[in-house]
Design a protein around this ligand. Structure first.
Ligand code: A2P
Length: 344
């Protein structure tokens, strides 16, 4: 017998990608249920070659559901995840609501799979922020080799990270520019079409944004609390695919050639690094792919042991849906979860 899986937020960008990836990877599910708000009740979403009728999360009884993949925002997760967990259904949550809770594991399966075991404390597992996921996949093998001391990250984040509304706004504004209509900004604080915005999520007291803080707090929790991280997070007019310029300072010596070889072998990583026109990856090419791509690997001669790298991945996949499903696969592979129907 397989598992019963619910997707909460199934009509959203990440929810739809979760359904695609569950079908693509042949996750051992006997039944998949699509949940969203009452606004979407009765609409349909695709799952492989089937369509699923969307049900209301508010009325759904999780008693016989094994795993809930949740991507409906932090407020919804805070309200529902504890109740779902209490019904014996493991929540894998894509929001930031539980990531910094000491009783909730924050897991990237290529990086810290062993952290997953403490999920039983709340029956909740957190999925990292999209920028953190691809960053730690690239950093982990380099840290294992030469011990990272400090990381400086600048992100170039696509509008799909801001949900369906973010994608619609880039589309509408681009169209408005071409037909000379007024350009309206609702989701973003300034015009995003043909522009970049150095602001994602809310401002904190120290002048950093919450998005920037998440990258450093999550990198420490997932990879190593001793690593110093600083970040500037920028929204760019790209539909799908986040890019990052990453400067890394190591304790020990590591050359660009060594880093290239290590990353070529590393799980989840793909190196595309030819020193010629087009010999690197752009976010457009990462859309729909699973890998974390690494290009432009160079030594930074301004510090003792430094490297610069360019990291790109599909933020809806490795940055969200794929990582969540890899966590579910890890639960199954390690025998940490049994299908309720089988158990009965
Ligand atoms: P709905 O489409 O019914 O609003 P995105 O991040 O791409 O905007 O998607 C957010 C997802 O979270 C959507 O599936 C949305 O459903 C869902 N969602 C938002 N608010 C709620 C809620 N209160 N209860 C259940 N699902 C919600």
């Amino acid at each position: 017998m397989g598992f019963k899986i619910a997707i909460a937020g199934a009509t959203g960008n990440v929810g739809r990608e979760m359904l695609n990836i569950l079908a693509e990877r042949g996750f051992p599910a006997d039944e998949v249920v699509a949940l969203a708000s009452s606004r979407s009740f009765g609409t349909e979403v695709s799952f492989g070659d089937k369509t699923l009728k969307v049900q209301n999360l508010e009325n759904y009884d999780f008693s016989d559901t094994d795993i809930c993949l949740m991507s409906a925002g932090g407020t919804v997760s805070q309200k529902y995840s504890p109740k779902i967990g209490a019904k014996g259904c493991v929540v894998i949550d894509n929001s930031s609501a539980w990531r910094y809770d000491a009783d909730v594991p924050l897991v990237v399966p290529e990086v810290n799979p062993d952290a997953i075991t403490m999920f039983t404390r709340k029956n909740i597992i957190a999925n990292p922020n999209c920028s953190t996921a691809q960053l730690v996949v690239a950093l982990k093998p380099l840290h294992d080799r030469a011990t990272i001391k400090r990381v400086v990250v600048s992100t170039y984040q696509s509008v799909s990270g801001a949900g369906k509304e973010g994608m619609d706004e880039l589309f509408q504004q681009t169209r408005a520019v071409f037909v000379a209509d007024p350009v309206e900004s609702k989701k973003f604080t300034k015009r995003i079409a043909f522009n970049v915005i150095p602001h994602i999520d809310s401002f904190m007291e120290d002048g950093y944004t919450k998005e920037e803080w998440k990258v450093l707090a999550e990198t420490k929790k997932i990879l190593d609390p001793k690593i110093k991280v600083t970040c500037t997070a920028v929204r760019v007019p790209v539909f799908i695919g986040h890019s990052e310029s990453v400067n890394i300072e190591f304790e020990n010596e590591i050359t660009a050639d060594e880093a290239r070889e290590i990353l070529r072998e590393a799980p989840g990583c793909q190196v595309i690094d030819k020193h010629e026109n087009g010999g690197y990856i752009t976010p457009y090419e990462s859309a729909g792919e699973d890998a974390t791509y690494i290009s432009r690997i160079r030594e930074d001669a301004t510090v003792e042991n430094g490297l610069n790298i360019w990291v790109v991945s599909d933020n809806l996949r490795k940055g969200a849906a794929l990582n969540a499903i890899q966590i579910a696969e890890l639960l199954v592979a390690r025998g940490l979860i049994k299908a309720k129907k089988q158990a009965a």
